[in-house]
Structures are given as C-alpha cells and as structure tokens.
Write a protein that binds this ligand. Structure first.
Ligand code: WQD
Length: 342
C-alpha cells in the first residue's frame, strides 16, 4: 500500500496549528497548511522552516471557499487526514458577533466534510474545547460527563461542530474522527521561534502576563479571589502547547489505525489544576521577574474550577505530557521577548 504521509492542517499558521505542524514534521509526516492569515502571520512559516529545516507547502485559502479547498485536495492525492484548527476562538468577541462565529466555524466544517468526502479522505482530528463541559459538578472532568448548554456563541459552535462530526460519521460518510477537548494551552516552542500572537489586548491569562512583564500592559488584574479554592482564585488545567501538539500527531496516527465508524472524544490536559495566583507566582519565580498585578472583580462567565482527567488520552493514544507549568511559563516569556516586530 502507498505510504500516505500528507496531513492537511487548517489554521496551520496559528498558535496550536504551527506547533502541530512542527511535531508532524518531527514525526515523519508531510504537513500541508491551509491558512488565510486572518489571525496569524506569514512569517510563522519561515520560523517553522528555521526549527525544522523544512519548507512547508502552504495554501492561502479561506476554508469557506469550497472550490479552492477542492484544489488543495486534488493537487495532493496522497492525503492521509486532516487536522482542523481554523476557527474563530475569542469568547468575548463571539458574544458581540454570534452570526459571524456560527457562519465561519460551522460552515467551514461543512465545506471541509464535503471536500473530504469527494477526495475520499477518512481521518479527521477536530479542535474542541473543555468549554463544552460548562461549570461541571465535579471539577475533574472525564469525557463521559455531560455537555452543557453553551455559555457563549464560541462554545456553541464547538458543541455544534462536535455533533455535526458525530452525525457525519453515523450517516455513512467514510469518516473516522477524534474530537480533542483542550484545556488551557499555554507556553511556546522551546526555540522561542513560534508561539501565541494575540490580536490587540489579550483575553487569556498568560499572554496578558507576558505582555505586562514586557511593558506592553501596565498591570495584570486577577479576576476574583473569593472563589471556593485554596487561595480564592480560579483553577484551570494549563497544558504546554508542544504537549498538545504531540497529542494531535498521536490522534491522527491512532484514528488512521481504526476501522468502521469512529468518533472518539479525548480530553487533553495535564490532569493537574493551578490557580491564577500560582501561575503568576510561578512566572515570577522561573523568570526572576516581579509582576505588577492586583486583585480585581470576578469576570462574568468564569468557571470556578476545572481540570482534566486525561487518562483516556494517556492510555488510548499512548500520549503523556512532558512539560509542566514552569517550562511553559519560561517558554512563553522567551517567546514574548522574541516576537517579530510589525
Ligand atoms: C484563565 C484564568 C480567569 C485573564 C478560555 C475559553 C476556553 C479556551 C481558552 C479557546 C481564569 C483568569 C484571565 C486575566 C485573570 N478557549 N484571568 N486575569 O477563561 O479558562 O478559557 O480560553 O480557545 O474555551 O473559555 O482562559 O486564559 O481567559 O483565563 O485573572 O487578565 O485566568 O479568570 O480563571 P479560560 P483565560
């Protein structure tokens, strides 16, 4: 049989996408990036080359453009599978622009599923989020815990896309899928060549911390210290982006080996929770920096505490996290200092 090594990575110039492209190359695969750079930068491709000594094939295509998507698949007859990252991901923005979120995130998946069917590509890895669990009864979540009503249009698109993939598999389309529910991705490549590039003022904790340390923001506000946790601040499961990227390589390899109707959910987290203050103090310690922060009010919509039970991914995908929050916060800072000026 032909040895298919080509993996289409939509959103492959983005934060998790670019790290996954690097890990695919390290794993002997040939990634093909589809990205229209609306939320990423073309120079990330040069940085991937610097890390891997490989020039990746890139198609500057909007995933909503079905004709152009077909061309990618027609020009590359050896595609083994697709890792689908391309989507809008800002919770706050989704509340302002729900139609834009539904249109982009759901319609692009519809296009992708059509194109995969035509090209007879069977393997799909989908980016989902722990946001589908809402505020869980037990903070340690397993994959069989119920999906809750979404708190934001962003979360709703993740739930809808998960369901669409389940229905597509059940419908008889030759499709095998993994739905990867990420906890909180942080960190950057240890080379400091690629990392997260927030647009405007960051919403997420770690980019806000690194930008404050770098003088771009004045102060970090801790959103509430009156929660029912050890130090009163919220608990999350912060996973290093390189560990997360490696899970995608494991997932595409696993799903390729399966047969029949497959649609399997995996939590991707470290299995450990950290409070906001632990993140801040660990950042200060590992980087020898004093961070300007203050305690503020709670942020509406925040879940008090949630972390992953990642036993299923550990066992089934034979994947484990290699990095802790210390490494991740060091790498985030190294990256912040190395970001290409505009
Ligand atoms: C982490 C913790 C904040 C900023 C969201 C989405 C989720 C996923 C990742 C993906 C919380 C606190 C934050 C700040 C703070 N989406 N915080 N001061 O909310 O867990 O998850 O992003 O693509 O679906 O819901 O991540 O990084 O915003 O917050 O105190 O300036 O840090 O309250 O406890 P969150 P986050």
């Amino acid at each position: 049989m032909e040895d298919k090594r080509q993996i289409v990575v939509t959103g492959g110039a983005g934060y998790i996408g670019s790290h996954t492209v690097v890990e695919l190359i390290n794993g002997g695969f040939e990634p093909i990036i589809i990205d229209d750079f609306r939320n990423s930068k073309p120079w990330i491709i040069d940085r991937i080359q610097k890390i891997t000594d490989t020039r990746v094939n890139v198609y500057e295509v909007d995933c909503l453009d079905e004709k152009s998507m077909q061309i990618v698949f027609n020009e590359n007859p050896g595609i083994l599978g697709v890792i689908h990252f391309a989507a809008y991901k800002a919770v706050g923005e989704s509340v302002e622009k729900p139609v834009m979120y539904y249109h982009n995130n759901i319609e692009s998946l519809c296009v992708l599923l059509n194109v995969m069917k035509q090209a007879e590509v069977e393997n799909l890895v989908f980016s989902s989020s722990c946001t589908v669990y809402g505020e869980p009864e037990n903070p340690v979540v397993t994959e069989d815990m119920p999906v809750q009503k979404a708190a934001s249009p962003y979360g709703a698109t993740k739930i809808a896309c998960e369901q669409l993939i389940e229905f597509a598999v059940a419908s008889g389309q030759k499709l095998k899928a993994t739905l990867l529910r990420y906890f909180n991705p942080i960190g950057a490549h240890p080379s400091a060549e690629i990392g997260e590039l927030p647009q405007g003022v960051p919403n997420n904790l770690v980019p806000y911390i690194t930008q404050t340390a770098n003088g771009l923001r004045e102060q970090v506000t801790v959103f509430g210290d009156d929660y029912n946790t050890k130090d009163g601040t919220c608990i999350r499961d912060y996973i290093h982006v390189v560990d997360l990227a490696q899970a995608h390589v494991a997932a595409i390899q696993w799903v390729d080996k399966q047969s029949g109707k497959v649609c399997e959910v995996f939590n991707l987290g470290t299995g450990k929770g950290s409070t906001v203050l632990e993140i801040i103090h660990t950042f200060e310690t590992v980087n020898q920096i004093k961070l300007n922060y203050r305690i503020g009010k709670r942020r509406p919509g925040d879940v008090e505490q949630i972390w992953a039970n990642a036993d299923k991914a550990n066992k089934v995908l034979n994947w484990n996290c290699k990095y802790g929050i210390e490494d991740a916060l060091k790498h985030s800072w190294e990256w912040e200092k190395n970001i290409e000026p505009e």
